[in-house]
Design a protein around this ligand. Structure first.
Ligand code: SAM
Length: 230
């Protein structure tokens, strides 16, 4: 695992299609109000723990790689008593989320527009009570499996910031990702509490863009629920 402050490789996409004028405006104005301060190395070189007072004492949830933000907005809207951090390095995804938040109806959200590992460095231990990982990048080639979120570096960092009893949900359409999840997540200190296939999503689930793509292309969803031990 990389130590805090050490350079980390990020292999995903950061930029996609050219942004529309409104999306550029959202990134220039809306993001400043919602982006967490003190997460990046530039902003917080000593990697001091974040002050969580922005959450107003509410239970803190995290969505890793929120894509277009539809699931994140849905969860925040139906759970006004919690505070949800969304993490996504893909600028077009951040712009899409900002568009969904522009009307101000959902306000219990903050964004880290970058790598979740930088956020893990600075979150206080045991601060998260629920974490969503929806359709993580599959990295199908065997030599790239260690880039998957469900590998020890990410999972040890996740385990540190989860409260005892915290729920960790994983949705994926890749059978080999299910295999690695079932091997690695329990090894990092999480107990498997439920697994289901197509049609067995959580009762509060909102299908994401990647899930719809998987279904169109004939791949079946898998839904895994873990609980942090301790
Ligand atoms: C396949 S997409 C799924 C997006 C969305 N969750 C959905 O279901 O439609 C995976 C997302 O994870 C993001 N991602 C990859 N590595 C990440 C990291 N280290 N930290 C945060 N997000 C990451 C990618 O940028 C991408 O948007």
């Amino acid at each position: 695992m990389s130590e805090a402050g050490e350079h980390r490789n990020f292999y995903g996409r950061i930029h996609g299609k050219t942004l529309r004028a409104q999306q550029k405006a959202d990134l220039e104005t809306g993001l400043a109000a919602l982006a967490l301060k003190g997460v990046t190395r530039e902003d917080n070189p000593s990697r001091a723990a974040l002050d969580l007072s922005f959450a107003g004492g509410r239970p803190l949830w995290l969505e890793v790689g929120f894509g277009g933000g539809e699931h994140l907005v849905h969860m925040a809207a139906r759970n006004p008593g919690i505070f949800l951090i969304g993490c996504e390095p893909f600028v077009n995804g951040v712009a899409m989320l900002l568009g969904k938040l522009r009307d101000g109806k959902v306000s219990n959200v903050a964004i880290h527009p970058g790598d979740v590992r930088d956020l893990f460095d600075v979150l206080p231990g045991g601060c998260l009570t629920k974490v969503f990982l929806n359709y993580p990048d599959p990295w199908p080639k065997a030599r790239h499996h260690r880039r998957r979120f469900v590998s020890p570096g990410y999972l040890q960092a996740l385990a540190r910031v989860c409260a005892p009893g915290a729920e960790f949900r994983v949705a994926t359409d890749i059978p080999d990702y299910v295999r690695q999840t079932l091997e690695e997540v329990p090894a990092a200190g999480f107990e498997l509490v439920h697994q289901a296939g197509e049609g067995g999503a959580w009762e509060d689930w909102l299908s994401t863009r990647y899930e719809r793509k998987a279904l169109r292309e004939g791949r079946a969803p898998h839904y895994l629920t873990f609980r942090r031990e301790g």
